[in-house]
Design a protein around this ligand. Sequence first.
Ligand code: NI
Length: 182
Amino acid sequence: MGLKGCVIITAMAILEIRKYPDEVLKKKALQVEKVNDKVRKLIDDMIETMHAAPGVGLAAPQVGVSKKIIVIDISSKEEQFPLIVLINPEITDTDGLVSSDEGCLSLPKYNTVVKRAEKVVVKGLDREGRVVVIEADGLLARALQHEIDHLDGLLLIDRISSIKREFFKKRFQKVLANAARE
Ligand code: NI
């Protein structure tokens, strides 16, 4: 049997997750000008990468692409939540403040308490380029703020006190020194 008449489907790919202190994580991501198949392919790969990690959210800079795209899937923690894809997301309103424990795929084995808005309203585009507005609280509100921070070049260590940040950096230097010795 030849290839004639066959449909070749591009398989989804698991991408490399960039880790702190990779420079791409500090850059401000660029607006997506056109939602086309190339963007949708990246979104599919980001979803695959997020699920494989596993994680509840991923931003394009975390896979080395400095563009405003995020994916979130909190269904493993809270059922009945659909997978969210947002292009060019912006927070248009916030309410309240709440502290909770957070981690990040770009900061392996690190968790810390971060204070964030309790509720957010986020506006962006879906994978077809249609405008969507999401009102969220709880884990989804937190995940949205965390992923949108990535698009502004911010990590959760930029959201904690300077004392805690210094502690993180010292610990990170130790991890690097140990890795170099091995
Ligand atoms: Ni993160």
